[in-house]
Design a protein around this ligand. Structure first.
Ligand SMILES: *Cc1c(COP(=O)(O)O)cnc(C)c1O
Length: 401
C-alpha cells in the first residue's frame, strides 16, 4: 500500500465515519497550496470552508500566535488577561457594534446567539417565560449541536438525533411573505445566513435582506446574521449583509476569525442586547483565551485595511466572469455567489459533485461538493490570479472530459 492508502485505511479503522474526505493526505501547506504525504502539490480551492481566508501559514498570523505562545496561552475567564480588552474592542469596532461575547466554534456562537435572543426576549421584550420563538430559514446550516440540528431541514443532519429542541419556526429562505406570516408577539429573533453556504452558495433575491431588516425592526425582533462562512472578506466585503446595505442586530462570527490557526468564534451586538448577561449565565473555558485573542486581533487588524476585501472583490469578479462563460455551454447549469465564493451547479450527466471533486483532485485542485452536482469554490483570499486561472483551467478540462 502507498503511504496515502495506509494513512486512509488507519483513519477509517480508528475514527468515526462522520466525514467522507477526498483521498488526499495533507502533510504541509503554504498560502493557497497544500502538499500531501507523497510530495504532490494541490491548489486549495476550499480554504477550510472559509476558515483559511488568509491562506495557510500566513506569516502575520503565525508570528502573532508564536509570540503569544511564549507569553500566556490560557487563563480561563476567572481572570482578566492583557489581550482580551483589545480583541473585544477592535472586533466590536470592525462590526460597528458595541459588545463581543467570545466562544470557540461556530456552533457555540450560534448557541450563544440563540440563548442571547431568548434572554433578551424575556428580559427586554417581555415575552412570557418559555414562549420565545426564533424564526430560521429552510436549507440553513448553523452547526451540529442538538439544538441547532433541531431547526435544520437536512434529513442526514437530523435523523436519529431527536428529541429535538422546541422554539424554532422554519420558513422558506428568500420568502418575505412567509416570514411576515410566521411572526407573532413571541418572536424574539430571525436567524439567517445572508448567503447560504452549505446549501450551495445560495444568494437570496435582491431586497430580501433589507425586507427582513425592516420587518424585524417594525416587530421589535432581533435580526441575527450568521456570517460564520460569508463574513470577514469572503464576498468582497467585511460582511455579506453589506451587499444589500443591511446592518443586523447581531453578527455571529467564526471560521476565518481564528485565522486558520485556532478556533475562535464570537457573537457581536449592541450593549442593549449583550448587556443582558450577568455573571454565571453563560460561558466557556476556552472562549476568549489569550492565544485566540492574539490571533483574532491580528485577523481584525488585517481586515481593517480593507485590502483582503478588495482582493476578494477583484479576483471574485474575475472568477464569476470566467465561471459565467461556462454557463449555457452544456456543462454548467448555474453559478451563484459573491467575491471569491461560488456555487457551481454542474450538469448531473457529467457526474455527481463528488465525482467532479475527485476528477479535480486528480488534476491537483481541491474543492468540496455540496448537494447533488454542485461544487463550491472558495480559495484563500491570498490566492494569486495565475493560480486561480490555473485552477479554473483544470475545471474546464474536467468538464470537457
Ligand atoms: C461552519 C458554519 C457553522 C458552524 O461552525 P463550526 O465551527 O463548524 O461549529 C455555522 N454557521 C455557518 C454559516 C457555517 O458555515
Amino acid at each position: 500500500m502507498s503511504t496515502t492508502e495506509t494513512a486512509i485505511a488507519s483513519a477509517e479503522a480508528h475514527s468515526a465515519h462522520n466525514y467522507h474526505p477526498l483521498p488526499v493526505v495533507v502533510a504541509t501547506a503554504d498560502g493557497a497550496w497544500m502538499t500531501d504525504v507523497e510530495g504532490r502539490r494541490y491548489l486549495d480551492m476550499l480554504a477550510g470552508y472559509s476558515a483559511l481566508n488568509f491562506g495557510h501559514g500566513n506569516r502575520r498570523l503565525l508570528d502573532a500566535a508564536k509570540a503569544q505562545l511564549e507569553r500566556v496561552t490560557l487563563t480561563s475567564r476567572a481572570f482578566h488577561h492583557d489581550r482580551f480588552a483589545d480583541f473585544c474592542t477592535r472586533l466590536a469596532e470592525l462590526c460597528g457594534m458595541e459588545m463581543v461575547l467570545p466562544m470557540n466554534t461556530g456552533a457555540e456562537a450560534v448557541e450563544t446567539a440563540v440563548k442571547t435572543a431568548r434572554k433578551w426576549g424575556y428580559r427586554v421584550k417581555g415575552v412570557p417565560d418559555g414562549m420565545a420563538k426564533i424564526i430560521v430559514a429552510s436549507d440553513n446550516f448553523h452547526g451540529r449541536t442538538t439544538t441547532i440540528i433541531s431547526f435544520s431541514t437536512d434529513h442526514e443532519a437530523r435523523a436519529d438525533f431527536g428529541p429535538y429542541t422546541p422554539g424554532f419556526e422554519i420558513v422558506p429562505y428568500g420568502d418575505l411573505t412567509a416570514l411576515r406570516e410566521a411572526m407573532t408577539e413571541n418572536t424574539v429573533a430571525v436567524l439567517l445566513e445572508p448567503i447560504q453556504g452549505e446549501a450551495g452558495v445560495l444568494v437570496p433575491p435582491p431586497g430580501y435582506l433589507p425586507g427582513v431588516r425592516e420587518l424585524t425592526r417594525e416587530r421589535n425582533v432581533l435580526f441575527i446574521a450568521d456570517e460564520i462562512q460569508s463574513g470577514l472578506g469572503r464576498t468582497g466585503k467585511t460582511f455579506a449583509c453589506e451587499h444589500e446595505g443591511v446592518v443586523p442586530d447581531m453578527y455571529v462570527l467564526g471560521k476565518a476569525l481564528g485565522g486558520g490557526v485556532v478556533p475562535v468564534s464570537a457573537v457581536v451586538s449592541s450593549a442593549a442586547v449583550l448587556g443582558i448577561y450577568r455573571p454565571g449565565e453563560h460561558g466557556s473555558t476556552f472562549g476568549g483565551n489569550p492565544l485566540a485573542c492574539a490571533v483574532a486581533l491580528e485577523v481584525v487588524a488585517m481586515l481593517r485595511t480593507g485590502e483582503y476585501q478588495q482582493r476578494a472583490a477583484e479576483l471574485g469578479e474575475h472568477l464569476h466572469q470566467e465561471l459565467g462563460l461556462l454557463v449555457g455551454g452544456g456543462a454548467v447549469e448555474a453559478v451563484r455567489g459573491h467575491g471569491l465564493w461560488a456555487g457551481v451547479d454542474i450538469d448531473p450527466a457529467r457526474g455527481t459533485g463528488r465525482e467532479i471533486s475527485e476528477r479535480l483532485m486528480d488534476r491537483r485542485v481541491l474543492v468540496k461538493d455540496t448537494h447533488g452536482s454542485t461544487i463550491r469554490i472558495a480559495p484563500p483570499l491570498v490566492i494569486s490570479k495565475e493560480d486561480l486561472d490555473w485552477g479554473l483551467e483544470q475545471l474546464r478540462e474536467v468538464l470537457r472530459g
